[in-house]
Ligand binder design. Structure first.
Ligand SMILES: [Zn+2]
Length: 56
């Protein structure tokens, strides 16, 4: 029996075949976007902490 399971991309919520190498993303582009978002968050958190110190 062949069952093509589909899962949702954790970046854009688009459904794609679970057999793809790019999972949990629908495409390589989505995996790069997610990585960039993650890095951006990390940097923005550091910047926010600096701003808090100045405000105090
Ligand atoms: Zn995607």
């Amino acid at each position: 029996m062949k069952k093509n399971k589909k899962i949702k991309c954790i970046n854009c919520n688009k459904e794609f075949d679970i057999m793809l190498d790019t999972k949990p993303f629908c495409s390589k582009r989505c995996s790069y976007i997610d990585l960039n978002n993650w890095l951006d968050e990390k940097y923005s958190i550091q910047i926010n902490e600096e701003n808090y110190e100045k405000d105090m």
